[in-house]
Design a protein around this ligand. Structure first.
Ligand code: SAM
Ligand code: SF4
Length: 512
């Protein structure tokens, strides 16, 4: 079952992943850097921005930290365990630092932001502490650190989106890429540290997003995933865009439907939706999604993450309209109990969420659905936990990222509620959640036996180079024999499913 968790929680399998070297001869670089990334996909994406900034300064990437002049850890604070992993990793670099006194060690990302200069006291090894909005200042900070000073920049920004920085795609399969469309989060879910470590929500210039996606397509990429903590609230007005005011609702202000979120947006700007202060076009998420989809029918478009309160019918209709927008939504529920959802400040109820699932299935009947679930949040009782299990059954998730609650310093929950569910109870409930998800994934996969799917080939399967691995529009992994066909990575191929495991569909190429 643990295998199953790590199979399903893709982020977990990539924790601590290091970049491969640039394809060009690293000897042309004056120095080498090594970067390990932890946490969510946004962090992995940020590491590519950091790589691009360092690359311009004459740093080449190495996958071997012993060769590096600069070791960077791009960190995550979402759960205590994530921070512990990084601290443990730092002690492993100690020996290297002793043997190589000029070596610089830097801490980037959410942990840097959360702990700020305290990190320098706690972790004597660290020379640089750089928050997620300060990566442009890395070159200057490195010079400072080289002169023996400790260098810190953890300033959060209201407008930094790194829009003009073209990320260096390292360790890429050359077919699928992540494109960051916004940063920060205004939601204030009570358990979550992200609004404190990544700052206010801001949307990236839509033109730069479309250009990046088009450039990826022209370079042979065939799938882009638009990334943000809350992509459905993307909102960009060219030229001095007035960013949306905070969309965090207080407890009790449960939104009754997604249209009201939309009108809330228009209430916060002094001109009609669709037109900006100077008449420039305002780009909302459905507009952006359609613009990216129109780049080419051969470019698949995905997006993540959707907060249930913000995904509108308009988004669902755009998804249904364009075949190349993948029929898959990551719609984290967190809990199935309305009482717990209110304490979590999620701004929807159990019934509201279930109605949203119904709406998705009505507009996009073949849509894949996944979720994030937290077991053992403050005051959770057995009845609340049962509500979570039953909402999973109702939603029929194809997969879920599943966690037990970890109290984070400074969050609303830490300040307001007692972390009163004992660890063994949290773990027991999490295991029950994992078991239900295992069963749902297996049933969902079995239902696909006999069906055909258009699959984008991403590369060889992990187990054998005689098999291809790709994904269906619904984001399910499909493995199938290459046989004697001359397909290659990046091709679309029709595959009929004839068997499955809990995590993978197994199929065969069908030539019409
Ligand atoms: N913005 C996304 C959303 O709202 O769905 C995801 C943000 S977070 C990086 C990913 C997931 O981590 C959350 O959906 C939640 O399930 C989990 N998470 C966040 N804080 C947590 C905490 N304190 N303890 C356990 N899980 C947590
Ligand atoms: Fe955290 Fe909630 Fe924002 Fe997601 S939407 S990043 S869970 S505060």
């Amino acid at each position: 079952m643990l295998d199953y968790i790590s199979d399903k929680v893709q982020d977990e399998t990539r924790q601590g992943e290091a970049f491969a070297p640039f394809t060009v001869d690293p000897n042309q670089y004056k120095k080498l850097f090594y970067i390990e990334s932890y946490g969510c996909q946004m962090n992995f994406s940020d590491s590519e921005i950091v790589a691009s900034i360092l690359n311009k300064e004459g740093f080449g990437a190495t996958r071997n930290f012993e060769d590096a002049d600069l070791v960077l850890l791009n960190t995550c604070s979402i759960r205590e365990k994530a921070e512990q992993t990084v601290r443990k990793r730092l002690t492993e670099f100690k020996k290297l630092k002793n043997a190589k006194p000029g070596l610089l060690i830097g801490m980037l990302g959410c942990m840097a932001e959360r702990l700020k200069s305290k990190l320098l006291e706690e972790e004597k090894l660290v020379d640089l502490v750089v928050g997620p909005d300060a990566y442009r200042t890395l070159p200057g900070l490195i010079i400072e650190a080289e002169s023996g000073q400790k260098a810190v920049n953890v300033l959060l920004s209201r407008d930094e989106t790194y829009a003009d920085i073209s990320p260096v795609r390292l360790d890429s399969n050359g077919i699928t890429a992540f494109v960051s469309i916004m940063r920060g989060c205004n939601n204030m879910c009570s358990f979550c540290v992200v609004p404190f470590t990544r700052g206010r929500e801001r949307s990236r210039d839509s033109v730069s997003i479309i250009n990046e996606c088009r450039d990826l397509f022209e370079r042979g990429f065939r799938e882009v995933t638009l990334l943000g903590q809350n992509v459905d609230s993307y909102y960009y007005q060219p030229l001095q865009a007035p960013q949306r005011e905070g969309m965090a609702y207080t407890q009790g202000q449960l939104k009754e439907n997604s249209e009201s979120s939309q009108s809330e947006v228009s209430a916060k700007v002094a001109f009609p939706i669709g037109e900006g202060r100077d008449g420039a076009e305002i780009v909302t998420f459905p507009n952006l999604l359609e613009k990216v989809a129109l780049i080419s029918p051969l470019l698949r478009v995905r997006f993540s993450t959707s907060h249930p309160k913000d995904i509108t019918d308009e988004v669902l209709h755009i998804m249904a309209k364009h075949e190349n927008i993948c029929k898959y939504i990551h719609l984290p529920v967190q809990s199935g109990s309305s009482r717990i959802l209110q304490l979590m400040n999620r701004t929807y109820t159990r019934e509201w969420y279930m109605a949203k699932v119904d709406r998705i299935r009505e507009i996009i009947p073949d849509c894949g659905l996944s979720s994030d679930i937290i077991a053992g949040f403050c005051t959770e009782e057995d009845a609340d936990h049962k509500d979570t299990l039953s909402i999973m059954e109702y939603s029929r998730y194809d997969m879920s990222y599943m966690f037990f609650y970890s109290e984070r310093p400074g969050t609303l929950a830490e300040r307001r509620y007692k972390d009163d569910v004992p660890l063994d109870v949290k773990k027991k409930r999490l295991q029950e959640i994992v078991d239900v998800q295992g069963k749902l994934s297996f049933v969902s996969n079995k239902n696909d036996i006999g069906k055909t799917f258009q699959v984008l080939i991403e590369g060889d399967s992990k187990r054998s180079n005689k098999d291809w691995m790709g994904r269906s529009s619904q984001n399910k992994v499909i493995v199938f024999p290459k046989e004697n066909y001359q397909f290659k990575k990046g091709d679309y191929v029709t595959v009929r499913v004839n068997d499955c495991t809990q995590a993978t569909l197994l199929g065969q190429i069908i030539i019409n």
